[in-house]
Design a protein around this ligand. Structure first.
Ligand code: RIB
Length: 308
């Protein structure tokens, strides 16, 4: 059994870069088109694997060329895909991504195979969940699957990282079973209905989630780092200032790194520090999975930051 189990989404990302996003009803000429495997779950899984993690992925692809490309990639990255299912009902999920010159992105995900994955499919891999050291999940699959996953984690006493992306309001039942919740500022606001324009407001929103039963809230704050909040208090763990060219998968790489560091026995603050570095490197490169750094690249980055 693998130490980290990611239950989540796969996608084939179709990315177009452009100077500015088109306005409603406008046609523009873009710059480049890229086609790469992605999906929040897949990105988180490969992020942990590239850092040397022992990782298994659970999810579903379609019975098509994109599904085969994705599975081949996972095998070449050393990820266990014994429990990745293939469906004939829907094609592999596609994400349409636009990126402008300021590195902002707009993403639309077509649910497809990710949403065919069912609670019954999850029950078939109960043993995998019971025997792993850390579960990582996001919200690009059906919510009933994520709720059941949280329940299994609770039953088997396995810590769960939930990256609430894309954000939707979540029940107290689900939140109270989450060990580490990792929203960005926008997601924090969607989850709580609270404004997040200042650090004080972000702290208030994090407290609302702690009050609803989440054990640790880790709110990512871009180059400012991440707020670590739990019963023992709140602290911002500093981030890194880099020149961002593509922020796709920054949050995913953060989550993969967090999982890897925690199963290695790092303190939460140390794990967030590593995850901040991994996220910073990711935004300096194009693509989702192509932008994820190796362990050696992260070590060099941290070393160089210390020298500067
Ligand atoms: O978080 C980035 C990911 O979101 C992309 O890879 C895309 O697939 C969307 O799911």
């Amino acid at each position: 059994m693998s130490k980290i189990t990611v239950v989540g989404s796969f996608s084939m990302d179709l990315t177009v870069t452009m100077s500015q996003f088109p306005k409603e009803g406008q046609t523009i000429i873009g710059k480049k088109m890229l086609k790469n495997p992605g999906g929040k779950g897949a990105n988180q899984c490969i992020a942990a694997a590239r850092l040397g993690g022992d990782v298994e992925m659970i999810g579903m692809v379609g019975n098509d060329e994109n599904g085969r490309i994705i599975k081949d990639l996972f095998v070449s990255e050393g990820v266990n895909i014994d429990h990745v299912l293939t469906t004939d009902k829907e094609p592999t999920t596609i994400a349409l991504i636009e990126i402008d010159d300021t590195a902002q992105n707009k993403i639309v995900v077509v649910p497809a195979a990710n949403f065919v994955y069912s609670v019954e499919d999850l029950h078939a891999v109960k043993d995998v969940i019971a025997n792993t050291e850390m579960v990582v999940a996001q919200l690009e699959m059906r919510l009933d699957v994520m709720e059941e996953l949280a329940e299994l984690c609770r039953q088997f006493n396995v810590p769960m990282i939930l990256n609430p992306a894309p954000a939707v309001p979540l029940s107290d039942g689900l939140l109270s079973k989450v060990t580490y919740l990792t929203p960005n500022e926008t997601e924090l606001s969607v989850l709580t209905g609270h404004p997040v324009s200042t650090l004080d407001e972000i702290k208030e929103a994090a407290q609302m989630l702690l009050d609803r039963g989440v054990k640790h809230v880790i709110a990512t704050l871009g180059d400012k780092g991440a707020l670590m909040a739990d019963a023992s208090g709140m602290e911002v763990v500093s981030g890194y200032s880099v020149k961002a060219i593509d922020t796709v998968a920054a949050g995913d790489s953060f989550n993969g790194a967090l999982a890897k560091a925690l199963v290695d026995g790092a303190t939460l603050k140390e794990a967030i520090g590593l995850a901040n570095a991994v996220g910073a490197i990711t935004v300096t490169r194009h693509g989702a999975i192509p932008s994820l750094p190796t362990k050696e690249e992260v070590e060099t980055f941290i070393q160089n930051q210390k020298i500067q």
